[in-house]
Design a protein around this ligand. Structure first.
Ligand code: HEM
Length: 435
């Protein structure tokens, strides 16, 4: 951790929870899906060359121990999709390839994760109640001014007191958790505890007991429901107040306000989808630059390249490389007859390294021709928070380059590497010298 830490500021203090919550490898181990990310890529390329769609689960095909991401997928036949075109075809056909594999297609379900699990037309109606707060002008305006620049400034000031830092823990981890929590309307100082309670309230962590899950779920719910009540009485400039003002328009029904549970589902999804992803992706983007010094130098000299560096990091190593779809009716797909009830494993990571779309796909090269990549998904469920993520990472990298012109990896610390699980990947750490 950082030298000369400031213990008086909760947001920037050396809280041991950062190390507990922001270790990519431990995170993968705790959900039972850790894998050596770089080591599987040659096998993935070989499989794709045999046909972009393959019967079986990727873990089976790679000879890895099974890990059940979604209980609803258990016992069903699986197909693995590894090319860009085939993943795109599946993403863009939600009528046949549904996201209901996540498990809760009824929004009234206590555990429902909101729009991520819905299909059209319900998905469209609910997404429209939250989308306006996530468009690019809002990301560059409200999100940046309201939250992102504030936390970046404080973190830079804290790091500037020392000569070394671990950018993973001291920087990348702290920006998204503060951004999301304060955007929702909670106090920034509550960010870490709230995320801890949230992560320990879900069924994916193996290290918590059922009782701990229930009590953490109560903390999350009472925190958000209490906030909704306060904002209903006195609206503020935050996401919960915004959602209280939005109307849900289901086809053929009269517009109505969102219920408290619908707002809770939106908030929980934004917390989980936005809290971990930007942290890991910012680390991956910095890892790419710090290990490709010529490209880092080019970005230093021409800041217009920061966006290209981020997009290439998303292509090269998207933090969330696999997503799943439930097959809703018998279908022919890339030479396979796939029955209703089967599950597709969509390899966004492998699609982003498809040699039919990118030359030298395993290399990080921010100068390559600009083509859409799949890190944020495509079609109906394309990431709601992608503009916010891009602004967080862009502002984060620019601020580091502004304040630490000699920023480089610490040669005396262990060299960082990509790690994690099939479903979430990131860097082992980012030890740097600042001056
Ligand atoms: C670099 C960071 C991020 C990556 C790589 C990423 C990736 C993705 C992907 C691949 C999906 C599509 C899932 C699917 O099709 O099943 C998705 C959906 C979503 N993401 Fe992100 N995400 C990131 C950051 C964020 C942030 C910062 C937020 C919120 C502030 C967010 C909120 C969401 C939400 C709400 C959805 C569901 C959208 C829907 O179902 O319509 N994400 N994300």
């Amino acid at each position: 951790m950082l030298e000369g830490a400031d213990a008086t500021d909760v947001l920037t203090a050396d809280d041991p929870l950062y190390e507990e919550l922001y270790d990519v490898r431990k995170e993968a181990e705790s959900v039972g899906n850790s894998v050596e990310v770089a080591a599987i890529m040659p096998a993935v390329h070989a499989m794709r060359a045999q046909g972009p769609v393959i019967k079986g689960r990727l873990r089976e095909l790679l000879g890895l121990p099974l890990h059940e991401r979604h209980a609803r997928a258990a016992g069903r036949p699986h197909w693995t999709v590894l090319s860009y075109d085939a993943c795109e075809a599946a993403f863009r056909n939600p009528a046949i390839f549904s996201n209901s594999v996540q498990g809760h297609d009824n929004p009234a379900d206590e555990k429902a994760m909101g729009i991520l699990e819905m299909d059209p037309p319900m998905h469209r109606a609910y997404r429209r109640t939250i989308q306006p707060k996530f468009n690019m002008p809002e990301a560059l305006g409200w999100w940046r001014e309201h939250t992102i620049d504030t936390i970046i400034e404080r973190l830079i000031a804290r790091m500037a007191k020392g000569e070394r830092a671990d950018l993973n823990l001291d920087y990348c981890a702290r920006i998204p958790v503060y951004t999301i929590t304060t955007a929702i309307g909670l106090d920034g100082d509550e960010a870490l505890r709230f995320r801890h309670a949230y992560l320990n309230s879900t069924s994916s962590s193996r290290s918590v007991t059922m009782e701990q899950r229930i009590s953490n779920a109560r903390i999350v719910e009472s925190t958000v429901l209490g906030l909704i009540e306060r904002r209903r009485a006195e609206p503020q400039d935050d996401l919960v107040s915004f959602l209280l003002g939005m109307k849900l328009q289901m086809p053929g029904e009269a517009p109505r306000a969102l219920t408290d549970r619908e707002i809770l589902a939106h908030v929980k999804l934004v917390m989980v989808a936005g809290g971990g992803t930007s942290w890991r992706q910012m680390g991956i983007a910095l890892f790419a630059l710090l290990t490709h010094r010529d490209q880092l130098d080019a970005v230093r000299q021409d800041r217009a390249l920061v966006d290209d560096a981020i997009e290439e990091s998303l292509r090269w190593n998207p933090t969330a490389p696999y997503f799943y779809r439930m097959v809703m009716q018998d279908t022919e797909f890339y030479g396979h007859h796939i029955p209703e009830g089967a599950v597709l494993e969509l390899g966004l990571g492998p699609a982003n390294r498809d040699p039919a779309r990118w030359e030298r796909p395993d290399e990080y090269d921010l100068f390559r021709p600009k083509l859409t990549n799949m890190a944020f998904g495509l079609g109906t469920h394309r990431c709601l928070g992608m503009n916010v993520a891009r602004v967080e990472i862009n502002r984060g990298i620019n601020a580091l380059l502004d304040h630490f012109p000699a920023l480089r990896l610490d040669p005396d610390a262990p060299a960082p590497f990509m790690t994690g699980g099939l479903e979430q990947q990131g860097v082992s750490g980012l030890p740097v010298l600042l001056g």
